[in-house]
Design a protein around this ligand. Structure first.
Ligand code: NAP
Length: 319
């Protein structure tokens, strides 16, 4: 059987980063192919925004827009510009020689350049009611959803920089923030901790674990059950929002042996660029960013990746 045609660009992942790369690559006439993923696998078509409700901080939408609608527009624009989208997961890649090899549903695809935009998944505690109340008071992003809880009491779980940042941000909007952490000290930087301890609106509960979230029947968060891990005592706290800030997991399973990763598992890119350790392979969005994690920053790096892929093709192999 003959080899398939070699594509200019294959984009893996269809969140804001992947679809922005798709729009730019299509407009540059690179005829990109984007694997948008299939819900059952690692990739989620549209990415993490598909799990959010109102997006009020994406510029251009004065009154806000829902996550799925925003991603529908990104997708429509990518298609309109000529990007081919395939609703399948990528199972395997081989970047050891060129053209690069990408397998999806057992079929081989070849590409001169690849843009990785598989994203990162927010970690959750793993409680049944937490799952049921996602987007109904349970959130993994205070910057995205915090303003919807203005004037309400909320709870944050976690002890890292994100938890400190989210608690401090929410304290600017809410009368009281309960910060629950499983150990008796935070792992966050001292500066971030100091900001939390100095804020009278933030109440810290150390050595504590959230063991349940209420109220599924009411279809909204009304409280959390917190267990003191030293005494075993469980106390119910009234709260209207639960912000889970216990880390993210970058979706790098298919590339972990192919490109260099940071010790925390995120794809390493040359600072100020989207170039990975493999020439011709670029990474954009949350798969390479554990600091900003915003749709707008992901879209920005998606644009960079497409422009860098285009330049790389011109220098290395005129398309
Ligand atoms: P992180 O540093 O990995 O912290 C995760 C926190 O969640 C830890 O305190 C951990 O507890 C807790 N945790 C993990 N699993 C849990 C579970 N199942 N139940 C309850 N608690 C759990 O993650 P992060 O805070 O998202 O930060 C990620 C990276 O981004 C870090 O390098 C951070 O410095 C960086 N960051 C920087 C900034 C900034 O500089 N402005 C802002 C945000 C993030 P233990 O401590 O007990 O393990």
């Amino acid at each position: 059987m003959s080899d398939p045609a070699v594509r200019n660009v294959i984009i893996i992942g269809s969140g804001p980063a992947g679809l922005t790369a798709a729009i730019y690559a299509a407009r540059a006439n690179l005829k990109p192919l984007c694997f948008e993923g299939f819900n059952a696998g690692g990739l989620i078509p549209g990415g993490q925004l598909m799990f959010t409700t109102e997006v009020e901080n994406y510029p251009g939408f004065v009154e806000g827009i829902t996550g799925p609608e925003l991603m529908g527009r990104f997708r429509g624009q990518a298609e309109h510009q000529g990007c081919e989208l395939i609703t399948q997961d990528v199972e395997k890649v081989d970047f050891s020689s060129r053209p690069f090899k990408v397998w999806s549903e057992g079929e081989l695809y070849l590409a001169k350049t690849v843009i990785l935009s598989t994203g990162a998944r927010a970690n959750y505690i793993g409680l049944e009611n937490e799952e049921k109340l996602k987007n109904r008071g349970v959130s993994a992003c205070a910057v995205c959803d915090g303003p919807l809880f203005k004037g309400k009491n909320v709870t944050v779980v976690g002890g890292g920089d994100t938890a400190m940042e989210e608690a401090s941000y929410l304290a600017g909007l809410c009368p009281e923030v309960l910060l629950v952490h499983r150990r008796d000290e935070f792992r966050a930087s001292k500066t971030m901790q100091a900001r939390v301890f100095a804020n009278p609106k933030i109440k810290v509960l150390f050595s504590s674990e959230i063991v349940d979230v209420f109220d599924v029947t009411a279809n909204k968060v009304t409280g959390v059950a917190v267990k003191n891990l030293k005494t075993g005592e469980v106390v119910r706290h009234a709260t209207e929002g639960l912000f889970v800030a216990i880390g993210h997991t970058p979706l790098t399973d298919i590339v972990k042996d192919q490109v260099e990763l940071h010790p925390n598992g995120y794809v390493k890119v040359e600072p100020g660029t989207t170039s990975t350790s493999v020439a011709g392979v670029f990474a954009a969005g949350d798969v390479q960013d554990w600091v900003y994690r915003q749709a707008i920053t992901a879209a920005g790096t998606g644009c960079m990746a497409a422009l860098e892929a285009e330049r790389w093709l011109v220098v290395n192999d005129a398309h």
